[in-house]
Each structure stands twice: as structure tokens, then as C-alpha cells.
Write a protein that binds this ligand. Structure first.
Ligand code: SF4
Length: 327
């Protein structure tokens, strides 16, 4: 780990000003991701600005649902009765993430900002366009079993690691950000970006932007949501494939549906074709199979990860069988 300085932020404005003034400064809150990356020489900040004491920890009712402060802990959000009741997919995704110890430290904002678990990204001796732009992508011809089957580019085929982010897509979450130009709200589907020719850029955030909260709009499909995570071992492991499924049924027909995928793309992936395949149909095995087929449209493997395509199909059908809010 390189030598670095440490400062505690007094308020959001001073935190943002510090980051603006020092190009290699970084925010830290729970520290469960950034400290790991510093130990591996992937991140080398000159200064860590600790934002953990800023007043952004509350989980409170909002006009249209629930507002979760960006510094709320994963464990607190997972157990909150309003989350469990109104957004079960969020609670389930959090409880299937990391370990209890990590969930007691890590924050919601940090979770959606976490970097990929691509082993080449975390090995500073390997070529990696995301860590060192222009050096190449060791995964394309290397060990790509855990890599993307959709959304990747010539430059990068990593997967996004967050379970929570997949769940947030399925409930139409909105990220609230404070930046130099003031506050703005970003629909979660537009928050992460695909690697394209700039894999080092992962979100639409600008330098110094501070995530203040994540808003969860109440809806019938959010109440009927479910998270399925398929992984190599039953705990403390990242997803090979995960599915956040949500729909609501009126008069026997599916009225609104969300299907979001994890472990298959460089960002949490919304399967719009799968959702379209569900609308207007009676919930059941036939509709779920059609959605599962549609979910994998456009996927391609790189050899070792080909299995993810069939696995996604089965996982989508299974997740949908558990989901659904019926009025
Ligand atoms: Fe780096 Fe992306 Fe290639 Fe992994 S897949 S080695 S993160 S460029």
C-alpha cells in the first residue's frame, strides 16, 4: 500500500472541495472496497477523505416511497421493516451479499460504486484496460469463466459485482447526487455505463460528486419482487448469475414487470426483452419460459463462460416463479 494522508470531512461541501483540489484524493466510508484495492496497488490515492460521519445514514419515508441515505449500512437496510415489506428484492440481495461483518461496515453508496472483481483488474502485474487504459485485456484470451456475456467491448468484458445494484434496477431506484452544479437525481438504469472504449469510466458521476441518497419508489411490482443468486458456494461469494425479478398482476394478467440480471454484464443489466415478453400474459411456466428465452437475446460467451447463457435462462424462469404481487 502506498503512503497516503487521511482527513475527516466536516460537511459535504468541504468534502467535495477537498476532492476538487487534489486530483488523486478519494472518498472513503466503510472502506471495505477501497482499502482492499489500495493494498493491491490498484488504487493509489494521495489522500482519503472520510465521509462516514456525514449525516446521510437515515432510512426514512419519502413522498413516493422510501429514501435511504447513502451512508446507511447494508445490514441496517436489509433488516429495515419498510424495505423487507415494500422492496423484498433489496433486502434479499443485501443478505446474499458479502458476509455479516462486511454488511455491518459497508454502505449503500459504496456498494453501488464497488469495482469489478475481475482477477486481472486486481493484479497490478497484468494488462487491464480498466486499471491501466491502453494496456489490453488479459481476460479476453485468459480465464474468463466469471466474465460478461453481454454488454462488454473489445476493451473490457468484466462483470459488475454488486447484488444490491441489480435489485435497485428492478425497483426503479433513483440515485440522488450532490455535485458542483447542485443536486441532481439519476434513474438507476442510467447510473452505470458500459465500458465501450473507456472501461475506466463506470458511472455517470463527475469527479467530486457525492451520492447522498437512494430513493426507492413504492410500487406493486416492487412489493412482489424476488432475488435469486447463483454462485459457486453458498455464502461469501459473488454471483455467477443473479436475477432480480418483479411483476404485478391485475385481473389475472401481468401488468408491469422488471427483470434485471447480475453477473453477466459490466453493469447491472436490465432485460427489457424479457419484461416485454411478460406483459399482458397470465403468470405461469409458459410466460416465464418465454421471458427466460428473451432475457438471453444478444448474449455471447468467450469459451469458459458460455455456460452462463443457459444458466441465465434457468435462473430467470426460477426467479419469476418466486416473484409476483397479485391483487
Ligand atoms: Fe481489465 Fe476489464 Fe479485461 Fe478484466 S475484463 S482484465 S477489468 S479490461
Amino acid at each position: 500500500m502506498n503512503a497516503f494522508r487521511y482527513a475527516q470531512a466536516r460537511d459535504a461541501a468541504s468534502a467535495m472541495a477537498t476532492l476538487a483540489a487534489e486530483p488523486s484524493a478519494m472518498y472513503v466510508a466503510g472502506g471495505t472496497n477501497v482499502i482492499d484495492l489500495m493494498k493491491e496497488y490498484v488504487e493509489r490515492p494521495s489522500l482519503l477523505v472520510d465521509i462516514a460521519q456525514l449525516p446521510m445514514r437515515a432510512i426514512e419515508p419519502a413522498a413516493n416511497g422510501l429514501r435511504v441515505g447513502s451512508l446507511a449500512l447494508m445490514s441496517d437496510v436489509a433488516d429495515h421493516p419498510a424495505v423487507v415489506r415494500g422492496f423484498p428484492v433489496v433486502s434479499q440481495a443485501l443478505l446474499l451479499s458479502a458476509s455479516p461483518q462486511l454488511r455491518n461496515m459497508a454502505t449503500i453508496g459504496g456498494n453501488v460504486m464497488q469495482r469489478t472483481r475481475c482477477a486481472y483488474f486486481r493484479d497490478a502485474t497484468q494488462p487491464c484496460n480498466k486499471r491501466a487504459p491502453g494496456t489490453g485485456c488479459a481476460a479476453r484470451g485468459g480465464d474468463n469463466r466469471r466474465h460478461a456475456v453481454i454488454g462488454g467491448s473489445e476493451q473490457c468484458i468484466c462483470t459488475h459485482a454488486s447484488d444490491l445494484a441489480v435489485a435497485l434496477l428492478a425497483v426503479d431506484a433513483v440515485v440522488h447526487v450532490q455535485g458542483r452544479a447542485g443536486e441532481r437525481a439519476i434513474p438507476f438504469e442510467r447510473f452505470h455505463v458500459l465500458p465501450g472504449t473507456t472501461p475506466q469510466r463506470e458511472t455517470v458521476l463527475e469527479r467530486g460528486d457525492l451520492i447522498t441518497a437512494v430513493e426507492l419508489p413504492a410500487s406493486a411490482h416492487a412489493r412482489g419482487s424476488y432475488y435469486l443468486k447463483v454462485r459457486d458456494r453458498a455464502s461469501y461469494e459473488f454471483a455467477l448469475v443473479s436475477v432480480a425479478a418483479a411483476f404485478d398482476v391485475r385481473a389475472g394478467r401481468i401488468r408491469a414487470a422488471r427483470v434485471a440480471l447480475g453477473g453477466v454484464a459490466p453493469k447491472p443489466w436490465r432485460a427489457h426483452d424479457a419484461e416485454a415478453a411478460l406483459i399482458g400474459r397470465q403468470p405461469g411456466a409458459q410466460a416465464f419460459a418465454a421471458a427466460a428465452q428473451a432475457a438471453t437475446r444478444g448474449m455471447r460467451g468467450y469459451g469458459q463462460n458460455d455456460f452462463k447463457i443457459a444458466l441465465t435462462r434457468r435462473a430467470v424462469a426460477r426467479a419469476l416463479a418466486h416473484a409476483g404481487d397479485v391483487a
